[in-house]
Ligand binder design. Structure first.
Ligand code: OOG
Ligand code: MG
Length: 261
């Protein structure tokens, strides 16, 4: 972490600021406008932010990847794969309703979710994918950058837990033979809003798991069996408008749905 001698980075204060922005649904300025923060510093803030959720009684239940597709990288202007943490407090049941007014500028995106099983030792790549992953599902991630205008640098978005806000997971299925070229649709109110393929996710969403486990290990996080893993959106995200009905459809896997109040 970069620590500027003149103005030491107060990780706890930065985490408190992002936490308050989420709680109040009020955007905050990018941290890097005010302090010198590198990517490791961003993960330190993310860890402190998670600590605040855990202190309120939430449980860590999974990991999410971010910016694993070109469409996402282009949309936010950051071209590095990132990861964040999922808690039970962010989970919305499939078909459930969220109130967009409780977020700053919510966006939805179609995802592929894995239910983790027996994981390789830290540092080992995932050998047999079907040993490491118990089931696969279509999912919708609701992202909500805590920064004004959804604009951020790489350390900022890392600190902000990769914009994680909520997620809904569709029905789990056994891992199908190929996951690398399945059609992906995001529908809003019955109209197609985004079209893509799982091939957009690092060439194959299974690669996102290897990458996620490698990154998590680097930061001392050990995923457990039963955790959820979001591989990253295959398409750009779309704003979630009040009253809308969102469906993410992944070929062979089915549909996840979310409603906006
Ligand atoms: C960062 C989070 C990206 C994904 O699936 O690529 C992400 C953002 O777009 O704000 O969740
Ligand atoms: Mg996502």
């Amino acid at each position: 972490m970069t620590v500027d001698q003149a103005t030491p980075v107060d990780v706890a204060a930065l985490a408190a600021r992002l936490d308050a922005a989420a709680r109040d649904a009020a955007a905050t300025r990018q941290l890097t406008d005010e302090v010198t923060l590198d990517v490791d510093g961003g993960y330190a803030v993310q860890t402190a932010l998670l600590g605040r959720r855990l202190a309120r009684g939430e449980r860590l239940v999974g990991l999410k990847m971010g910016l694993t597709s070109r469409a996402k990288m282009a949309q936010v202007g950051v071209d590095e794969v990132i990861w964040g943490r999922l808690t039970d407090g962010m989970r919305v049941p499939d078909g459930g309703t969220v109130d967009p007014a409780t977020f700053i500028h919510p966006r939805v995106e179609p995802e592929v979710a894995f239910l983790l099983d027996r994981l390789p030792e830290p540092g080992e790549p995932v050998g047999d994918f079907t040993d490491a992953v118990r089931a696969v599902a279509p999912a919708i991630e609701l992202i909500d950058s805590r920064y004004a205008n959804f604009r951020f640098s790489l350390p900022d978005v890392v600190a902000d837990n990769a914009s994680a806000a909520a997620y809904a997971i569709g029905p789990w299925s056994p891992v199908p033979d190929g996951l690398d070229n399945l059609g992906v649709l995001l529908e809003v109110d019955g109209r197609i809003a985004q079209v893509g393929s799982t091939a957009a996710i690092l060439g194959d969403p299974r690669r996102a798991l290897d990458e996620g486990l490698r990154l998590a290990d680097r930061y001392g996080v050990r995923p457990a069996g039963g955790w959820v893993f979001l591989a990253g959106a295959a398409t750009a995200a779309v704003p979630l408008k009040p009253g809308s009905h969102v469906r993410a459809v992944v070929e062979k896997l089915g549909t996840a749905t979310l409603r906006a109040a």
